[in-house]
Design a protein around this ligand. Structure first.
Ligand code: NAP
Length: 250
């Protein structure tokens, strides 16, 4: 049992999985959500338990308000009082120009990223806020430097979704700042995960585009997790409404 209880959405792979493992190593019980990859989610839960913490995997489409409510209710019952939320679930959709991208690609991305972050943040505030009798907590949203670059010819809808997440981070942080909740975001650059080959359909992107990063390489999921875990921790007690770029200066 821990007094630090976290939800990481999209915790079965990539940045979410690295964050869930790191949170467990630093004393959190961790619930992860996933969309369809139950085996990968189960492997992350095994690692959380191997770190001596309680782990839980819940299938939950981040885009769905009702599924998100069920995720939080499951965590209430099985783990206890939520103290940390990482809104990480997201996807780009296949690379395209806006004028030819299928509506479904655009909608799926925006629904998971923007509505996903909104539904989960709302559920977290209702539990954490001192206004509702909660004990406070911290939220970290996973944005992207795409919100600044705009991602032309790749996925401008994804960049726009991340821009919405940046605005939500700043606004919600100010809304709940006196209710014991800090809200921050990380904005990763090119990170070596499945998102490029599987979601974007960009085979070999991490190697091909490393030269675009001033540091000369892609980042690792663990390098992003370090920022997320720090923002959630008491060490960042005076940090809120911040968007922390983790991008090798891209
Ligand atoms: P990834 O390796 O493709 O993993 C995506 C994760 O999100 C998986 O756990 C997946 O679950 C889950 N997921 C996708 N859609 C979902 C939905 N509708 N509901 C619930 N879970 C869903 O991606 P990643 O690179 O780690 O990306 C994680 C976050 O970082 C995203 O928000 C992404 O935009 C952001 N980001 C990534 C990069 C990068 O270069 N990698 C850069 C900037 C920002 P399943 O395993 O079940 O499919």
């Amino acid at each position: 049992m821990s007094d630090k209880i976290a939800i990481v959405t999209g915790g079965s792979r990539g940045i979410g999985a690295a964050t869930a493992r790191m949170l467990a190593a630093r004393g959190h019980d961790v619930a992860i959500s996933y969309l369809s990859n139950a085996d990968a989610a189960a492997a992350v839960v095994r690692d959380i338990e191997a770190a001596g913490q309680r782990g839980l995997a819940v299938q939950c489409d981040a885009a769905s308000e009702s599924e998100t409510e069920r995720l939080f209710e499951t965590v209430d019952k099985k783990l206890g009082t939520l103290t940390a939320l990482v809104n990480n679930a997201g996807l780009t959709g296949k690379v395209d120009r806006l004028d030819s991208a299928p509506a479904e690609t655009i909608r799926t991305c925006i629904d998971a990223s923007v509505y996903g972050t909104i539904w989960a943040s709302r559920a977290a505030v209702r539990r954490m806020s001192t206004k509702f009798g909660g004990k406070g907590g911290a939220i970290v949203n996973v944005s992207s430097i795409a919100s600044k670059l705009g991602s032309p010819n790749y996925y401008v809808w994804y960049a726009a979704a991340k821009g919405a997440i940046d605005s939500l981070t700043i606004g919600l942080a100010k809304e709940v700042v006196k209710e014991g909740i800090r809200v921050n975001a990380v904005a990763p650059g090119i990170i070596d995960t499945d998102i490029h080959e599987v979601s974007s359909g960009l085979a070999g992107r991490v190697e091909k585009e490393a030269h675009l990063v001033p540091m000369g390489r892609a980042g690792t999921p663990e390098e992003v997790a370090e920022g997320i875990v720090w923002l959630l921790s008491d060490a960042a007690s005076y940090v809120t409404a911040e968007i922390l770029q983790i991008s090798g200066a891209r």
